[in-house]
Design a protein around this ligand. Sequence first.
Ligand SMILES: [Zn+2]
Length: 157
Amino acid sequence: MSKVKSAVQSHGQCVCCAVRFEIDVPAVWAWHDHGEASRCAQGCAYATYVGTWNSRFRWLQGEEELTRYEDSKNRTTRSFCRRCGTPVTYEKARSPRFINIPRSLFAERTGREPRYHMNLTDRADWTYWGEPLGPMKGYPGVMRERPRKKRLDPLED
Ligand SMILES: [Zn+2]
């Protein structure tokens, strides 16, 4: 286990709580990944990660509950809790001393806001991008996008 390197830690865990970990705050950075691999692995429109040095990351419980998938094409390795399926780590061969963790697993602030977007050109065209919403008649709590002639696209002028 690596030694604590700051006064504040941020803690995270998987859905079933078998796997627990912490990072030293602040993290190095936080970013949104719009790439297809992360979209599929995480089951979402885009994945938001917190990245930090391995030396600032510690397992607190359940490392043995992880199963790993090595993506040889993209030279990445992802780990998941084998009990609940929660994606826990995302590592890249070109950055062996760095680890990325889904931001959603942290209960506390990590010291970095996700201000960076990676692989934007691969983003799903169905990603919600802040279009105006209105209530759906007869379905309390359900909001829907209003019909538009042209979809808001931040990559177009
Ligand atoms: Zn779990």
